[in-house]
Design a protein around this ligand. Structure first.
Ligand code: MG
Length: 389
């Protein structure tokens, strides 16, 4: 059995709200699609993982799955059906005997469910996991009940749905040739071609994330698993200060704020990122920013400070740790910072692998007291909570 997995992430996912499509929103510190792809990449019986993404999502996808070692994505079509067909065509070159097709918006897929689908595929041509409907079903067009539907034998369908490769490829090509569109799952395409489809028990936790509330709940669930596995709680603290010099913008938390001066320093002098970097390094006992990036090293001259922060996260992850929260206070008389906080959080969230709701950025003046009060520079204080195994 040679098995390819096609991960369908073509949708715009706008029902979930937010600034990015739902499959790229952060749950448990990683984008939804990262968890989904990793589940298949790490499964020992899956040979190829092929993502299908929406047009214009190339950069989002590259950022979300950086480091996973995934195959290049293919660009899907206007409907789920068309995106699946494109994904299936893309894995044909690997000549798989079977293919599993899975929604990117189901990140809680378990290794045991993937194994169940594959075991059934040894004996049956098409397998769909699902849940028998437990609640009473009402047919209520316009909100008025016309009848109660007999729920016996009624299942909801989940993914991954598994097929013999040649069968499903032919079924998709046939549906396309006959211009039969908008089939909402792969089994429907198979059924239309007369392929018998077996239904097996899915998993209640393998739900599809659709709404903003689904995403929020998934973040809580994924985070609680992450925290449960990391009982060692560490608090880290970091402080940094840089003086002003003549310039035209101040870079704070990766965001350039137009101003009559800039911060002086060896790198881009981003005090916010430096304080956060030191707080993380402090929590894991790995020295400070100068240990890893000595100012004497010409490589870091003018460097964007996000590479320092990313390195601290890398060291944290090498210990099996995660960040649970970050709180940053910026002390400055000027420029005004409040209106840039949302943009700063958007920069930090993917680097820290934290939902924006777990990042705080506060700004205050010092009531004109001291060097900061005289407008000679900007200071930053960071506190982070780190969880280690
Ligand atoms: Mg510094």
């Amino acid at each position: 059995m040679t098995v390819a997995a096609v991960i369908v992430a073509g949708g715009s996912g706008l029902r979930a709200g937010g600034e990015r499509p739902k499959q790229y929103q952060i749950i448990g510190g990683r984008p939804v699609i990262w968890w989904t792809c990793r589940a298949f990449l790490e499964h020992p019986a899956i040979d190829h993982v092929q993502p299908v993404i929406g047009e214009g999502h190339e950069a989002l996808f590259a950022e979300a799955t950086d480091g996973l070692g995934l195959a290049l994505p293919v660009i899907g079509g206007p409907t789920r059906q068309e995106s699946c067909r494109i994904g299936i065509e893309a894995v044909a070159r690997h000549k798989p005997s079977h293919v599993l097709i899975h929604d990117a918006a189901r990140p809680f897929v378990s290794p045991s469910l993937i194994a169940d689908v594959m075991n059934w595929l040894e004996r049956f041509p098409a397998v769909v996991p699902g849940m028998p409907v437990a609640e009473t079903l009402k047919h209520a067009p316009g909100g008025v009940v016309s009848r109660t539907v007999d729920r016996s034998g009624i299942w909801t369908a989940q993914t991954p749905q598994g097929f013999r490769f040649d069968d499903i490829l032919a079924a998709y090509r046939r549906a396309e040739a006959e211009r039969f569109e908008n089939l909402t799952d792969d089994a429907s395409v198979a059924e239309r071609s007369g392929i018998p489809v077996s239904m097996i028990p899915g998993r209640p936790e393998n739900r599809k994330l659709t709404t903003a509330e689904d995403i929020a709940q998934a973040d809580r669930d994924m985070m609680s698993v992450q925290l449960r596995d990391r009982p060692d709680i560490r608090i880290g603290q970091g402080i940094d200060i840089h003086p002003f010099e003549h310039g035209d913008a101040v870079v704070l938390c990766g965001v350039a704020i137009p101003y009559s001066q800039r911060l002086a320093g060896h790198s881009d002098a981003d005090v916010g990122l430096h304080a956060l970097t030191d707080a993380i390094l402090g929590a894991i006992g790995e020295g400070d920013i100068g240990t890893h990036f000595p100012p004497s090293d010409q490589r870091w001259k003018g460097a964007p400070s996000r590479i320092f922060l990313a390195r601290a996260i890398e060291l944290l992850e090498a210990k099996g740790g995660i960040l649970a929260h970050a709180d940053l206070t910026l002390l400055a008389e000027a420029p005004r910072i409040a209106s840039h906080v949302a943009a700063m959080k958007a920069v930090l969230a993917p680097i820290l692998r934290l939902d924006a709701g777990r990042i705080a950025i506060k700004a205050t003046t010092t009531e004109k007291l001291g060097a900061i009060g005289r407008g000679e520079g900007i200071m930053a204080f960071a506190t982070v909570t780190v969880r280690l195994p």
